[in-house]
Design a binder for this molecule. Structure first.
Ligand code: PLP
Length: 280
């Protein structure tokens, strides 16, 4: 049975509960992180913990925990669950409030949950050799997608649309037909040997994998630009791929009925994937 850290205690996951008065349950008033564990190592731990504290700050949420304490609990959960391949899930909500009210008092005690899920990355390695199909879906989310909030209804609907279309991921576009990001990934294209991805602003999450890949691109002197690109540019791209903590670098070979380039994973994309995996 998976062990879960919940508000100071380590309990079996199926015996870990929060109250119905939890603001996360009532209002999705909380933040989260997903950190991969690859061959027993936490991937980009510091980037994820930094982003968690950025999200907390943007939500005006205070916790008595500091970065090191969260890192220690994360490591302990990894050890207790003997996790070699999978993810660590961290969720912090603003806490319990009774009676229910949209406004929150300053003194709430956040609910903190950390547990792990086994995941088979070998399956994703196999998938990467073929590349994945994606589906377009309008970006109907709120305008603060830079916060890693547990309010994920827009992402959930997009992901399910992708599933119904036998796609691996939904690619979101705004009301000007410009690509923002994936339902749970950053989206990239390569055109004339230059990597392009959406600039950082309120409309997208600052992906940790995106951040790491940018430093790999710079190190390898591969041209790169943060700029908006349209649905048409995606369909006309030489290569396309997505990045996320669980997918690493995943080639995109189809967008709905359209084939990207020759329908095979791009050579640069596969190179970036292996550079990324070597780096972790
Ligand atoms: N964008 C969204 C909406 C996400 O949910 C995620 C990850 O879950 C990402 C981008 C990629 O972020 P990361 O590379 O940190 O996993």
């Amino acid at each position: 049975m998976t062990t879960c850290y919940i508000n100071g205690k380590y309990k079996p996951l199926n015996q870990s509960y929060v109250s119905v008065t939890d603001r996360g349950f009532q209002f999705s008033d909380g933040v989260y992180e997903v950190i991969s564990v690859f061959k027993g190592e936490l991937v980009d731990l510091n980037l994820h913990i930094n982003r968690l504290f950025v999200s907390l700050k943007k939500m005006n949420m205070k916790t008595k925990f500091n970065r090191n304490q969260i890192i220690n609990i994360t490591n302990k959960i990894k050890k207790l669950n003997k996790l070699k391949m999978g993810i660590i899930y961290i969720q912090i909500t603003r806490g319990d409030q009774n009676p229910r009210e949209h406004k929150y008092p300053d003194k709430l005690k956040p609910n903190i949950i950390i547990y792990s899920i086994n995941k088979n990355f070998e399956y994703l390695n196999k998938l990467a050799l073929k590349g994945v199909k994606t589906s377009l879906y309008p970006d109907i989310r709120w305008h603060r997608s830079d916060i890693k909030s547990i309010s994920l209804l827009g992402n959930v609907l997009a992901a399910n649309h992708a599933k119904e279309n036998k796609s691996h991921e939904a690619v979101l576009f705004d009301n000007r037909n410009m690509i923002t990001e994936g339902n749970s990934s950053s989206i990239w294209i390569i055109k004339k040997n230059k990597c392009i991805t959406h600039p950082l602003n309120f409309r997208i999450l600052k992906g940790c994998t995106r951040h790491k890949l940018i430093s790999i691109l710079k190190k390898n002197k591969f041209k790169f630009e943060e700029k908006k690109f349209s649905i048409k540019s995606l369909l006309d791209a030489d290569e396309a791929f997505m990045t996320s903590a669980t997918n690493f670098v995943m080639p995109i070979v189809k967008v709905d009925k359209f084939t990207i380039s020759n329908g095979k994973p791009g050579l640069n994309t596969l190179k970036f994937r292996s550079l990324f995996i070597n780096a972790i």
